[in-house]
Design a protein. Structure first.
Length: 342
């Protein structure tokens, strides 16, 4: 595997993935220069791709144990119902994402407050000139999908500092980091337990479906995006119980024989949802089927477990497919095209 990494991984996606827990911990412990402010009707998280992924994670945490709704928005502008009583968290790793910039400017022009997260760029400049908004800096020099530790850790730190989400005690956070480091080492393609490579080897050449309970939905969708970007693979995600009313039919048909199914599961979900997952695992026989139990003492830890383990799987699949997990030529090409379009 090391020879494939040396040959294919031009942007050191493997190295950035190894530093995920350190990046996350540093971001969570960073000094956020804002005061508590939770007097909002809700929080609108705007962002695209790897920059926007953390908004879904925040939403799942809020749905489980928060006092405000968190809604994600991945488009130009803002939803028609938005008003300045909703805080906007705008995340663009480069600071140049045009959809996110458009949304942030729309919010400012309509009296809104925006907290930005970026490594610089126009987002930092725009928010720096506003008295009611601020941009929090994160380290640059990576692709957004490899900078999830920096980005999501900073989003968490902001939400905890503002009082938008309950912050766990320091000792619980440290214990979580220690366990995540163990999981990261075990999942590493070099010196790990081999699970990521073994699972990836069965996905190659198949359509990939990711199923999860709603709580892990953001991690499942991020896995889809990592498979798309890192390994050039088609994938899609769906949630239980909703998929039990539609997609389950396809998984139990002969059409599923060319597919691979990865189920993300964890403790703490509705017992009826767990029963549905258990039954499906017993009944589905045509495709390749894997179940990943996402460990952790909290929903936050379980989502981080899911997202980090699946990062390693997506890199392993890229290497097996002969693909550079760091390249994103299509995205670069599209942005170059759009820069010429007025």
């Amino acid at each position: 595997m090391q020879s494939l990494i040396d040959k294919l991984d031009s942007g050191d996606m493997t190295g950035f993935t190894r530093s995920f827990v350190d990046d996350l911990e540093n971001a969570i412990n960073s000094e956020i220069q804002i005061g508590e402010d939770n007097d909002w009707s809700g929080v609108l998280c705007i962002g695209m791709g790897g920059s926007g992924a953390g908004g879904g994670f925040l939403g799942s945490l809020a749905d489980s144990d928060g006092g405000l709704p968190f809604v994600t928005w991945s488009d130009y502008g803002l939803p028609s119902w938005w008003g300045p009583d909703w805080l906007v968290i705008a995340t663009s790793y480069s600071g140049e994402t045009e959809e996110t910039l458009d949304g942030a400017v729309t919010a400012l022009e309509n009296g809104g407050t925006v907290i930005g997260i970026s490594s610089g760029g126009q987002l930092s400049d725009i928010l720096g000139s506003s008295d009611d908004s601020v941009c929090i800096s994160v380290p640059g020099g990576q692709t957004p999908r490899s900078a999830f530790g920096h980005i999501f850790g900073t989003q968490l730190a902001v939400c905890w500092k503002l009082g938008l989400l309950p912050a766990p005690p320091a000792e619980e956070l440290q214990s979580m980091m220690d366990r995540l480091r163990t999981i990261s080492a075990n999942s590493d393609l070099i010196g790990g337990d081999g699970m990521a490579a073994n699972l990836a080897s069965t996905l190659s050449g198949r359509g990939i479906g990711i199923i999860s309970p709603g709580e892990l939905g953001p991690a499942a969708y991020r896995f889809v995006c990592q498979l798309n970007e890192n390994s050039d693979s088609f994938a899609r995600s769906t949630e239980v119980p909703e998929m039990n009313h539609n997609e389950i039919i396809a998984w139990m048909s002969s059409n599923a024989e060319s597919q691979a199914l990865v189920v993300l599961s964890c403790e703490g979900i509705n017992p009826r949802t767990m029963s549905r997952i258990d039954w499906m695992m017993e009944q589905i026989s045509g495709p390749v089927v894997w179940r990943i139990e996402c460990e952790g003492d909290s929903l936050l830890e379980r989502m981080l477990y899911a997202s980090h383990v699946t990062d390693w799987i997506s890199i392993a699949l890229a290497l097996m497919n002969g693909v550079d997990p760091s390249q994103m030529d299509s995205i670069v090409g599209l942005k170059a095209h759009l820069s010429k379009v007025q």
